[in-house]
Design a protein around this ligand. Structure first.
Ligand code: HEC
Ligand code: HEC
Ligand code: HEC
Ligand code: HEC
Length: 193
């Protein structure tokens, strides 16, 4: 018995391990056409200035950035960081690395976001902006490990429901709110303090 195990071990040492470059093909996947699409829950009015006015559906009315910004910057001089704002958007909290407004907002078209390449992005594609700098979280998001998931796991049965990054993370202050830990267990003899 030991000899067989030994032999098996030695053989396995000489066998080059096989790496599967494309693990997705290991199981029989149904044709892509048969799969339900992912549904991504996106906050209403994404990329519009939120006002306190409520419409007939109870949603806050948003104003397009270009309503005030025309083609681009209007501050004089244009603010790069939150502490340079003197008259508007001053209620905004900001704590996201050392990023300037222009790291994300296109300076010559305020209705768009911008990637580091200079490419313009619609607000509907905000996740591509997050993915540019947070590729590992984006990757685990795509696999379903990050970002919450509901609906059907098996996409031949129904749609998978995901949250947009900005449902959980404010792009200006993205730290996830700290969760308050539960009370400590009660000490049987001395009680809790
Ligand atoms: C109601 C008018 C109004 C709307 C709508 C508005 N802004 Fe502004 N924004 C301003 C004003 C005024 C300033 C200049 C503030 C200052 O310098 O204190 C400004 C400044 C800025 C700046 C700093 C650069 C600069 O020009 O000084 C950014 C970035 C910015 N806004 C982004 C946005 C984005 C993105 C939207 C849409 C989601 C938006 N704004 C919608 C009025 C507006
Ligand atoms: C990390 C990227 C990023 C940076 C940096 C950033 N923004 Fe934004 N900003 C966004 C995204 C994405 C949205 C859309 C979010 C939404 O509408 O819920 C947004 C929304 C806004 C809005 C509309 C907010 C609302 O819902 O009323 C304003 C105004 C704005 N940004 C101004 C600024 C200003 C001024 C700066 C610099 C001080 C700045 N942003 C920096 C990504 C960024
Ligand atoms: C231009 C690059 C850039 C973009 C775009 C960007 N981030 Fe960040 N993000 C950063 C940097 C830099 C930090 C700070 C990292 C650190 O302090 O270690 C950060 C930190 C974070 C954190 C951790 C915050 C904390 O305090 O723990 C979260 C969450 C986050 N970003 C989410 C987002 C989301 C969601 C988006 C898209 C709306 C986004 N980021 C877009 C660069 C970016
Ligand atoms: C369902 C809510 C949810 C969604 C959606 C979500 N996240 Fe998170 N994210 C979290 C939580 C919870 C944490 C952990 C916070 C902590 O450690 O305190 C986190 C942490 C992070 C961090 C910080 C990681 C670190 O090590 O500090 C980044 C960056 C991040 N998320 C990016 C993203 C991006 C990009 C997306 C969209 C592709 C996204 N998140 C979608 C809930 C979410």
């Amino acid at each position: 018995m030991a000899a067989i195990l030994c032999a098996a071990l030695i053989v396995s040492l000489f066998e080059a391990p096989e790496f599967d470059d494309d693990p997705d093909v290991a199981v029989d996947q149904p044709e892509t056409d048969d799969l339900y699409e992912d549904v991504i829950i996106t906050p209403p009015g994404l990329g519009k200035l939120t006002t306190s006015i409520v419409d007939m559906h109870g949603q806050f009315v948003g104003i397009r950035c270009s309503t005030c910004h025309g083609a681009g910057d209007i501050g004089d001089p244009p603010a790069q960081y939150a502490d340079e704002l003197t008259e508007f958007h001053r209620e905004m909290e900001f704590s996201h690395g050392d990023l300037a407004c222009a790291s994300c907002h296109a300076t010559d078209d305020r209705d768009k976001l911008t990637l580091a390449s200079g490419a313009l992005l619609d607000y509907d594609d905000t996740m591509d902006l997050c993915a540019q700098c947070h590729s590992s979280e984006y990757k685990s998001y795509q696999h379903g490990a990050h970002g919450g998931m509901s609906g059907h796991w098996d996409r031949t049965q129904g749609e998978r429901v995901r949250n947009h990054c900005v449902v959980c993370h404010d792009p200006h202050e993205p730290a996830f709110p700290q969760v308050t830990p539960a009370d400590p267990p009660r000490d049987r003899f001395f009680g809790t303090q």
